[in-house]
Ligand binder design. Structure first.
Ligand SMILES: *Cc1c(COP(=O)(O)O)cnc(C)c1O
Length: 235
């Protein structure tokens, strides 16, 4: 698919969803998920005005970000993050959307302090299926674990709680109901903001459910295939 067309279609979907929800267009940021696509595609999208990109695997993201280091881009890390990858990820990412355990907070904090960088923007990834006792192997914390992670992020130097992130569950009570899932995330976001009013980011919505996410208050939508085309199977 032509990137110009893909991007225009997604921008139009975001425009319409904002209008339908009575929200200003600038309340929603499009983050393009460039995983599996080459740096050349990032470059083309940058020429078209995209500045926010996301990746989910450090092995792929690190060389891609390096290849685009001359461009004024912001990188978001959205995949499950092992502590042994933290050093590499902080070499390019300004946002980590997948903070889901205190041990990871400690590792991010130590590396951010070592780099003497601006506070790392950390989003707490919520796994709503864990409310139904499911999703053990996937990333994300159960909703009742968000408070502890927020406290850890507030207490640790070099990091700050920026908000919450979720992926619409494929199983459990919210399976097939992304709108309901994102409404639940909005509630969790409100609770988080009673602890830290500055933690305003709500990262929700992918190619299939951008509209539901924006209706529920998402501030950042993470869109890959609807902009770039269907990904080749991961091999
Ligand atoms: C791949 C990915 C996306 C984008 O998914 P699409 O369906 O291609 O839009 C968003 N968020 C995360 C965490 C992802 O891994």
């Amino acid at each position: 698919m032509e990137l110009t067309t893909g991007l225009a279609r997604v921008e139009e979907r975001i425009d319409r969803a904002c209008a339908a929800a009575g929200r200003a267009r600038d309340e929603v940021t499009l983050v393009v998920v460039s995983k599996t696509y080459p740096a050349e595609d990032v470059r083309i999208l940058a020429e078209l005005g995209v500045r926010q990109f996301a990746e989910n695997r450090d092995q792929e993201a690190a060389p891609k970000a390096e290849a685009c280091a001359d461009l004024p881009l912001t990188w978001h890390f959205v995949g499950q993050l092992q502590t042994n990858k933290v050093r590499s990820v902080l070499g390019y990412a300004d946002y980590v959307h997948s903070v889901d355990r205190v041990r990871l907070v400690s590792a991010l904090s130590a590396e951010a302090v070592r780099r003497e960088r601006a506070p790392l923007e950390c989003l707490i990834q919520v796994a709503l299926e864990k409310e139904s006792g499911l999703g053990g192997g996937r990333g994300g914390v159960a909703p009742d674990g968000v408070g502890e992670l927020a406290e850890a992020l507030l207490a640790a130097p070099g990091v700050r709680p920026a908000g919450v992130m979720t992926v619409a569950p494929l199983e459990g009570a919210y399976a097939g109901s992304p709108g309901a899932a994102f409404e639940r995330l909005a509630e969790i976001s409100r609770d988080l903001r009673t602890l830290d009013p500055a933690a305003t980011m709500v990262s929700a919505g992918m190619s299939a459910d951008v509209e539901e996410a924006i209706a529920a208050g998402a501030t950042h939508v993470r869109v890959g295939s609807a902009v770039l085309g269907v990904r080749p199977a991961l091999g």
